[in-house]
Design a protein around this ligand. Sequence first.
Ligand SMILES: Nc1ncnc2c1ncn2[C@@H]1O[C@H](COP(=O)(O)OP(=O)(O)OP(=O)(O)O)[C@@H](O)[C@H]1O
Ligand code: SF4
Ligand SMILES: [Mg+2]
Length: 382
Amino acid sequence: MAEQRNPHPKSNSPLDPPVRRGASHKEGGTSTLPFPPRRGKGLGGGDRVVLSVDNLRIHYATPQGDVIAVSDISFDLYEGETLGLVGESGCGKSTTAYGILQLVQPPGYIVHGSIQVDGTEVLNLDEEELRKFRWTGLSLIPQGAMNSLNPTMRVKDQIIDVIESHEGKQTDKEALRERIFELFQNVGLPNRIYNMYPHELSGGMKQRVCIAMGVALHPTVVIADEATSALDVVVQRIVAQTLVKVKDEIGVSLIVIGHDMGLLAQIVDRIAVMYAGKMVEIAPVENVYANPLHPYTQLLIDSIPSIKERKPLKITEGITHDPRNPPSGCIFRLRCPFAWERCAEVEPPPIYVEDKHEVACHLYDEQFEERRTNALASLANP
Ligand SMILES: Nc1ncnc2c1ncn2[C@@H]1O[C@H](COP(=O)(O)OP(=O)(O)OP(=O)(O)O)[C@@H](O)[C@H]1O
Ligand code: SF4
Ligand SMILES: [Mg+2]
């Protein structure tokens, strides 16, 4: 859902009508939103787009047909922003990350799309240009990154490898050591690990080394794929905070992929929700938690356990359709309690709700206001 700068300049209040995106952008209705989103305290991101993903589609070829892992998604990432990418297992989060970095491995392939970083079209880069662009334009802290550190190489040599692979042989060894110490300081690592091997470090330390490598060349955009999920909860939070602190210090933009909605709530500016390869909602974090609009986002938020309010967990089964053969119309309709005929016939386009908030669900189309009101009533009185 690539937002455009101020697409409806006079209607950026939460109480203004939702506006259909795309060609029909200006067809605003007259009613107010059913669930007026709370305006947040202000986003961490600026207004300059640093990464623009447009209509990206990625398949994995299998003997039974192509698995549609990422299905025509569009979104923007703003300068200095931290964007959380969530959705259940298999919805395409990692594939999106690999796609952005041009690291999709066969049998995966990019069917179409555009990925622009600071105006550079990543899909047009050749191998050598891409090699240079990784770590400097875009960098990835991959899922399970800490296990991908080379066990036979000292920490310092792994970081030096990243630096020298882009900047050539560094002759001033003292300056190089100082630079690595500065990186250690950025990510909260003690200098004594300089000469250590990965097996001598705790999980949290290894993850910090991966963060240090990811930001070593000050990329424009860092993507952290489940960077903390293998750690215990306390260390998870500390490492996540480190990630955001480093992001602010170094001035990069960040995409954090994760499952822990509680953790993400504390560290991101906006959340993008994926379901079965589609992006169904993207919104400022306050809106997502206070007023989730898409029925799937509502399910996600309802599934956050609470100690204070012990209620039965709303657990429903995962993605129900065959990813090679998605249902017609709305991707979520086989699990959606509000689905009606239109949902099987027409794919819901992204609908602009307010600045930096879009949702892909027919309920937010002006012409279905009554249906939306009834849906809201049924949520209030289940
Ligand atoms: N090599 C492959 N061959 C066939 N299908 C694949 C392959 N890799 C991934 N997929 C499919 O692509 C879809 C998206 O997978 P992906 O790993 O991107 O999901 P994810 O959201 O990152 O999941 P998780 O939260 O478990 O990490 C899934 O349906 C998955 O089964
Ligand atoms: S478009 Fe229809 S099926 Fe899809 S989420 Fe909205 S109401 Fe549910
Ligand atoms: Mg993944």
